[in-house]
Design a protein around this ligand. Structure first.
Ligand SMILES: [Zn+2]
Length: 508
């Protein structure tokens, strides 16, 4: 047993989550002594009970408790200590897991374990105290329903057992919305399915005034600061929120809030945005999703940004607020070398066209696809070092050179979406320091990304303008009805208000 292989230092209380360090035997015994069995009577149970306050601090890293399967049949009492010679299971078969929660059901019990550091799905089930046959039945039921390779330590395994301890239902909770179950049917077998999690969507229509920053103003009216990012991105071409935000600016927005069981889950689509800027006047943008699949309907989507419902933001005239490209495919420190057809090369010391823009950034900085596209190259390419090339609509190809590494699983032929991470800044190939060389070709000729990508967005096609106008009229009406929450006058003169936010705070 690997408990003899004493790791260099094993903390008395293990950190959260478990680091997967084998537990020392003493430590296991100490943990057992701490155990306080809670919960009421378990009738003839194979049910796993046994969670203590102390153990709650050891989530996912606690000691073995296959013994509890038997001990649970013993009348429960506080302070129960299992025999000191209880066998400790060998860790090479599994890392033992302790339930993080146990609760009484009307009939039976429910126990929750973390996936923890188990080597796989089956070991996780066994670690949680399941018999091999039950584990296999769950795996059979969920094969094709969930991807067992996607398990992570913080995912939860939920076991519901009836009064006599027979597993009636297993639930795998990857996220709050991604839940799979294996439920015992009338035929006695377990049947797998993804659990439908009903998400409530509520339109919030709010308005506010900037006093200190846009983020503060959003919080003031009960919205999240993350929405700052939407303002920045949607109005990117029309206002610089870093430098042009002023105290006294006001805004209105309509955003979908998604809830589960009444609790906030996340923001969905921002449907309409309005910003009254002292510097830039009134800015408005509206979210509009063309009715049919735009990828196949001829160009509507060229220039669109990805969003869950494939829509995009348009100004009041029906022009997309974005030209379809990220202005920069990463968060950078500075431009170390612009596009220049007659540059003196810093390494080769001769005039060579610089067919792109060099963005200086730390090694490891994520690099995003500048637009939706298809991977045409992902590999080493001489002076380019690790290079990713993407082909896009409209005869464009973009290139990302000198990467330290590629995004996991990135392969030629793969479709990528705008702002998807494709690799990480590095200094591979012919390079003097960590930077991204970003190149852009149109129909096989290198063009200056700074000029090419900052054009205005496309107009909606004429076939959609009727529908768009209707939708905009509705949203404008709703915006107009939003009362802007009054604010107390700022204590200091508003003239030199702090910038609303730094770009770094708001870009993901
Ligand atoms: Zn370069």
């Amino acid at each position: 047993m690997a408990t003899d292989e004493t790791p260099p230092s094993v903390p008395t209380l293990r950190p959260l989550p478990s680091l997967g360090v084998p537990l020392l035997r003493e430590e296991i015994e100490r943990a057992r002594r701490r155990r306080v069995v809670i919960g009421g009577l378990v009738i003839g149970g194979l049910a796993v009970i046994g969670v203590t306050v102390a153990l709650a601090t050891m989530v996912g890293g606690g000691p073995a408790d296959d013994d509890d399967v038997e001990h649970a049949t013993v009348p429960t009492h506080v302070g129960y200590t299992p025999p000191a010679d209880a066998a400790v299971p060998p860790p090479d078969t599994f890392v033992p897991s302790v339930p993080v929660a146990t609760e009484e059901l009307p009939v039976g019990t429910r126990t929750v374990h973390h996936f923890g550091q188990s080597a796989g799905f089956r070991p996780a089930l066994i670690s949680a105290g399941l018999a091999g046959a039950d584990a296999d039945a769950i795996i059979t039921a969920l094969t094709g329903v969930m991807d067992f390779r996607r398990c992570r330590p913080d995912h939860e395994l939920v076991f519901e057992r009836d009064a006599v301890g027979v597993l009636q239902r297993f639930e795998y909770r990857a996220t709050i919305t991604q839940i799979y179950e294996a439920r015992r049917g009338p035929d006695g077998a377990l049947h797998g399915a993804q659990v439908e999690v009903p998400i409530e969507r509520i339109d919030l229509a709010r308005g506010g005034t900037v006093v200190t920053s846009l983020g503060d103003a959003l919080e003031q009216i009960g919205l999240g600061r993350t929405l700052v990012g939407t303002f920045v991105e949607v109005f990117e071409g029309r206002m610089n929120f870093n430098t042009e935000t002023r105290a006294g600016d006001s805004f209105r927005l309509i955003v979908v809030e998604e809830r589960i069981d009444g609790a906030f889950l996340r923001y969905g689509t921002v449907q309409a945005l309005e910003y009254h800027s002292a510097r830039r006047g009134v800015l408005q943008a509206f979210h509009f999703a063309p009715p049919q699949d735009p990828r196949t309907s001829g160009g509507v989507r060229e220039g669109a940004r990805p969003s869950p419902d494939e829509g995009d933001f348009y100004d009041e005239t029906g022009r997309a607020v974005h030209g379809g490209w990220l202005r920069t495919p990463l968060r950078y420190d500075h431009i170390s070398s612009p596009f220049d057809p007659r540059r003196m090369h810093p390494v080769l010391h001769r005039v060579m066209p610089h067919n792109g823009i060099d963005y200086s950034a730390a090694t490891g900085t994520p690099v995003w696809a500048a637009a939706d596209g298809t991977v045409t190259w992902a590999g080493d390419r001489g002076p380019n070092g690790n290079l990713v090339s993407l082909s896009h609509e409209g005869g464009y190809e973009s290139h990302y050179a000198h990467l330290s590494r590629f995004a996991a699983g990135l392969a030629r032929g793969q479709h990528v979406e705008q702002r998807q991470v494709i690799g990480y800044v590095g200094t591979t190939g012919r390079s003097t320091g960590p930077h991204l060389h970003f190149g852009l070709e149109r129909h096989g000729r290198f063009v200056d990304p700074a000029r090419e990508l900052n054009g205005p967005g496309r107009m909606l096609p004429a076939s959609l303008t009727g529908r768009f106008r209707q939708e905009i009229a509705r949203l404008r009406g709703l915006l107009q009805d939003i009362e802007i929450a009054p604010v107390a006058a700022p204590a200091t003169p508003p003239a030199e208000a702090e910038p609303a936010t730094s770009h770094d705070d708001v870009m993901d």
